[in-house]
Design a protein around this ligand. Structure first.
Ligand SMILES: CCCCCCC/C=C/C(=O)SCCNC(=O)CCNC(=O)[C@H](O)C(C)(C)COP(=O)(O)OP(=O)(O)OC[C@H]1O[C@@H](n2cnc3c(N)ncnc32)[C@H](O)[C@@H]1OP(=O)(O)O
Ligand SMILES: NC(=O)C1=CN([C@@H]2O[C@H](COP(=O)(O)OP(=O)(O)OC[C@H]3O[C@@H](n4cnc5c(N)ncnc54)[C@H](OP(=O)(O)O)[C@@H]3O)[C@@H](O)[C@H]2O)C=CC1
Length: 287
C-alpha cells in the first residue's frame, strides 16, 4: 500500500520501468504496482527482475530481460508488451549508470559505453514506446531519470554529458510529440542511498555525500517513486518538457548555509551592519 497516494490511483495503467531489478527502479515499480498499475520491469539480468516481481503482493509486476542498448531487443520487448497489454501509458527510463574516473583516464571505449547506455539506450526505448504504442494510441507519459548538479560532477564527464543530452531530449520531444498528447519530463536525481551508490563509489565520497547537500541527507528511493506516481496520475497531465530536480537543494548550493567561516560563534549567518536611516538624516530636497 502506498504511504502517500490513494489505492487504485493508477488502475488500468500499463507502465514500463527500465532497470527495475534494483535501486530506484525497483522501488518505483513497486509503488506504481501498489497503486494498481500493471508494471513491466526490464534489465539485463533475469534474477533481480524476478525478485522485484515477487515483491509485488498483487502479482502485477512482470519481469522481462532487455538490454536497452540493443535495438532488436528493445523492439522485441516493446512489441511483447503491446501484444500482451494493448497499450503503454508510462515509460520510466531509469536504467543507466557510469563509473567515476578522471576525464583524462577515460578511454574511447569507456566514453562510448556510458553514452551508449544513457543516451542511445534511453532514445531507443523512448522511440520504440512512442512509435509502437503512444503515438498510435494518442497519449502517454515518458519520464527519464537523469542527474544533478546540472553544472556537472567532476569525475563523471561522460555521464554528465549524457544526462544533459537526455534532459534536452525530453524537452525537444515534449514539443514535437505534444501533438500526440505525449508528455515527457526528466527527473534529475541528486544522491540516493541505493545499494549501487553506497557500494560502488569510493567510501570517502559516499561518507561525505550528505554533507554536500543543503538538506544534509541522501535522498530516499521512495522520494523518486512518489514523484513518478504523481506525474503518472492526472496531477501530472499539464507537466511536460520539464527537468525536475530531486536533490535536497544540491543543484543550487554545495553544503549547508552558512558555511563555518561565514558564521558567528553561535553559528548564525553573518550579516552586514543594519542601517537605520533617521528622518533627521534625510538630505533636504534639491531646489
Ligand atoms: C560528490 C558526489 C559524487 C557521486 C555522485 C553520483 C551520482 C550518481 C549515482 C548513480 O548513478 S548510482 C547508480 C548507477 N548505477 C551504475 O552506475 C551501475 C554500475 N555501473 C556499471 O555497470 C558500469 O559502470 C557501466 C559502464 C555503466 C556499464 O558497464 P558495461 O557492463 O556496459 O560495460 P563494462 O564491460 O563494465 O565496461 C565497458 C568499458 O567501460 C570502461 N569502464 C568500465 N568501468 C570502468 C572503470 N571503473 N574505470 C575505467 N573504465 C571503465 C572500460 O573501457 C570498459 O571496457 P574494458 O576496459 O572492460 O574493455
Ligand atoms: N543512486 C543515485 O544516487 C543516483 C542514481 N541516478 C540514476 O538513477 C538510475 C538508477 O540508479 P540506481 O538505482 O542507484 O542504480 P542501479 O545500479 O541499482 O540501477 C541501474 C539499473 O539499470 C539496469 N541496467 C544497466 N544497464 C542496462 C542495460 N544496458 N539495459 C537494461 N538495463 C540496464 C541495471 O540492471 P542490469 O545490470 O540487470 O541490467 C540496474 O537494475 C540510474 O540511471 C542512475 O544513474 C542518478 C542520480 C543519482
Amino acid at each position: 500500500m502506498s504511504q502517500v497516494f490513494r489505492e487504485g490511483l493508477l488502475d488500468g495503467q500499463v507502465c514500463i520501468v527500465t532497470g527495475g531489478g534494483s535501486g530506484l527502479g525497483r522501488v518505483t515499480a513497486l509503488e506504481l504496482a501498489s497503486l494498481g498499475a500493471q508494471v513491466i520491469v526490464c534489465g539485463r539480468r533475469e534474477e533481480p527482475l524476478q525478485e522485484t516481481a515477487a515483491l509485488a503482493p498483487a502479482g502485477n509486476v512482470r519481469a522481462a530481460t532487455c538490454d536497452i542498448r540493443e535495438e532488436d531487443q528493445v523492439d522485441a520487448f516493446v512489441d511483447g508488451v503491446v501484444a500482451e497489454h494493448g497499450r503503454i501509458d508510462l515509460l520510466v527510463n531509469n536504467a543507466g549508470g557510469q563509473f567515476m574516473v578522471p576525464a583524462e583516464s577515460i578511454t574511447p571505449k569507456g566514453f562510448r559505453t556510458v553514452i551508449r547506455l544513457n543516451v542511445e539506450g534511453t532514445w531507443l526505448m523512448t522511440h520504440a514506446v512512442a512509435t509502437k504504442a503512444m503515438i498510435p494510441q494518442r497519449g502517454g507519459k515518458i519520464l527519464s531519470v537523469t542527474l544533478t548538479p546540472h553544472n556537472g560532477l567532476p569525475g563523471m564527464v561522460h555521464s554528465c554529458a549524457a544526462r544533459a543530452a537526455v534532459d534536452n531530449m525530453m524537452k525537444v520531444l515534449a514539443v514535437e510529440w505534444a501533438r500526440f498528447d505525449i508528455k515527457l519530463n526528466a527527473i534529475a536525481a541528486g544522491m540516493f542511498g541505493t545499494d549501487t551508490f553506497l557500494t560502488k563509489y569510493p567510501k570517502p565520497i559516499v561518507d561525505g555525500a550528505a554533507a554536500t547537500v543543503p538538506l544534509q541527507r541522501l535522498g530516499r528511493p521512495e522520494e523518486i517513486a512518489w514523484l513518478v506516481a504523481h506525474l503518472a496520475s492526472p496531477a501530472g497531465d499539464y507537466t511536460t518538457g520539464s527537468v525536475i530536480d530531486v536533490d535536497g537543494g544540491r543543484n543550487n548550493y554545495l553544503g549547508t548555509w552558512p558555511p563555518g567561516h561565514e558564521s558567528d560563534d553561535a553559528g548564525n549567518p553573518l550579516a552586514e551592519a543594519r542601517r537605520h536611516l533617521r528622518t533627521d538624516e534625510v538630505p533636504p530636497r534639491a531646489g
